[in-house]
Design a protein around this ligand. Structure first.
Ligand SMILES: [Zn+2]
Length: 233
């Protein structure tokens, strides 16, 4: 079996979506990439999570050619591949239709940073993609979705905001590996729920002041980070 450890990681990450309550039925998919081998492992299309096995995890190359297992990959594979090609530092992608994050996607409003929980993970608002045109929808739709995400990050660091809302659809999140991408998907759902509550309490709520936002983000990320325990040497 090719990239067995990666497939196991991707299986675990997909099951974690269920454990964390951010998917229903077969919605959602997680992938991971081995940059060294140029192979991506992803959930098969339409297989129930409670029946998923490591053998069923589909392996493709970066052009979407399936190289191991007879199952069809998640139909969103071309979106994942666009992200892996455009964002060379990411190692995993997670897509869900989690309730609160998904509610912001049809609204086509970037998710503002109202509190420090958001600032701990996302340095700035979580952006929304532009709507796809009729030709993109009729054509290679999943690839066009990935291209729209990449365009939404033009001039931005995808490592500083590891999530996006696809207009009218749902979030995609990423991270250094599949497990981290899922972690970000769960946090995004949490902060989207909080943002919805904040707006219910105060429709004119203002985003967190820049200084507090920066303080929280940079105490967990970058060279000056000091949150948590020092890595073992
Ligand atoms: Zn979707």
């Amino acid at each position: 079996m090719l990239v067995k450890a990666l497939r196991q990681e991707v299986l675990e990450a997909n099951l974690e979506l269920v454990r964390r309550g951010v998917v229903v039925f077969t919605f959602g998919n997680v992938s991971g990439i081995s940059r060294r081998e140029g192979l991506v492992a992803i959930k098969p299309s339409g297989v129930a999570y409670d029946e998923l096995t490591v053998e069923q995890i589909v392996v493709s190359d970066l052009d979407g050619r399936v190289v191991d297992t007879g199952l069809r990959p998640s139909s969103d594979l071309p979106t994942h591949l666009e992200l892996y090609r455009a964002f060379p530092d990411i190692g995993g992608v997670a897509h869900t239709h989690s309730e609160h994050a998904t509610a912001w996607a049809p609204a086509r409003r970037p998710l503002p940073c109202f509190g420090t929980t958001h600032a701990d993970y996302f340095h700035g608002p979580v952006p929304v993609t532009a709507d796809l045109g009729p030709a993109e929808i009729a054509g290679d739709y999943e690839k066009a979705t990935g291209e729209a995400i990449v365009r939404a990050f033009a001039g931005r660091d995808p490592g500083a905001v590891p999530a996006v809302l696809v207009a009218g659809h749902a979030p995609f999140c990423w991270g250094s590996d599949a497990a981290t991408a899922v972690h970000h998907a769960v946090i995004l759902e949490y902060v989207a729920r909080m943002a919805t509550h904040t707006i219910a309490v105060d429709p004119d709520a203002r985003p967190l002041p820049r200084e507090l936002h920066d303080r929280h983000f940079f105490r967990k990320h970058g060279p000056g980070a000091y949150y948590g325990q020092a890595p073992r040497r």
